[in-house]
Design a protein around this ligand. Structure first.
Ligand code: FE2
Length: 251
């Protein structure tokens, strides 16, 4: 069955499915040092969602600048480009029922090819790239699709244990159609041996969850003599019911 049309722009108002807390990491994972102070000391209370959680901001394509989804050029001097292996990252933002989420704001940030962030508190010795800023954004199309161009980030050390390193990764923030769908996550690269060593990855309970965070190399979408491509699909919380056209679905 084809996906129902959302061209009528009716807001979605259905309540969200419960989060699967076995799939998400536990809040207290002492081998990821900062989780010790950040994790709640008391058990959580369950509250019903209200309109402010099940609705959210709506973004139009007009908020996106021409180079916002091109990290190779969006901070580069005219005629220059960022240093590093050039890649395209693309995929779909879908809900738990597999339906594309159109109009979602997808923001991404990352270290440069040497693993260095442009941040005054950065303590890693790798060099900055004057032509690389490290952040950008996209709005998903009518099928939930997004893409951006960037350079593959490098792994970097961080002060967790005596010698912990993060695998190469890109950070993501996604605003869907309701605030309760907000997702902050990270994308890893297929075949990276450092994924399994990472204390943050090891907060996940299920190896399939780590796999879901790992983008696959896709030679079909490679741009010859330009960029390799990685495919990364993102799943947001689904709704129990959704307005389509003039009827309610999902009940
Ligand atoms: Fe990072």
């Amino acid at each position: 069955m084809s996906e129902p049309s959302r061209s009528n722009n009716k807001p979605e108002t259905g309540a969200f499915y419960q989060r699967d807390l076995d799939w998400h990491p536990k809040a207290f994972t002492p081998w990821y040092k900062t989780s010790v102070l950040r994790s709640p000391q008391k058990s959580l209370l369950s509250l019903d969602g209200t309109i402010s959680e099940i609705t959210g901001p709506r973004f139009g394509h007009n908020i996106i600048g021409e180079l916002d989804n091109d990290l190779i050029h969006n901070f580069a001097r005219p005629g220059e480009s960022a240093i590093g292996p050039r890649i395209v990252v693309y995929g779909r933002v879908v809900d738990e029922d597999g339906r594309g989420v159109p109009g979602a704001l997808v923001e991404y940030w990352q270290a440069n090819a040497g693993g260095r962030y442009r941040h005054r508190k950065e303590g890693y010795q790798a060099a900055l790239d004057p032509n690389f800023g490290g952040c950008g954004r996209s709005i998903t199309d009518e099928n939930g699709g997004y893409f951006f161009r960037t350079i593959q980030p490098g792994p970097y050390p961080w002060p967790n244990g005596p010698n912990d390193w993060r695998p190469a990764h890109i950070h993501f923030s996604i605003f869907g159609s309701g605030f309760s769908q907000r997702l902050i996550t990270q994308m890893y690269f297929e075949g990276d041996p450092m994924i399994a060593m990472c204390p943050i990855v090891r907060t996940l309970n299920d190896p399939d969850a780590a796999k879901a965070l790992t983008a696959k190399l896709d030679m079909q979408e490679t741009l010859p003599m330009d960029s390799r491509a990685y495919k990364f699909d993102i799943v947001l919380r689904g709704r129990r019911s959704t307005f389509f056209e003039n009827r309610r679905e999902g009940n």
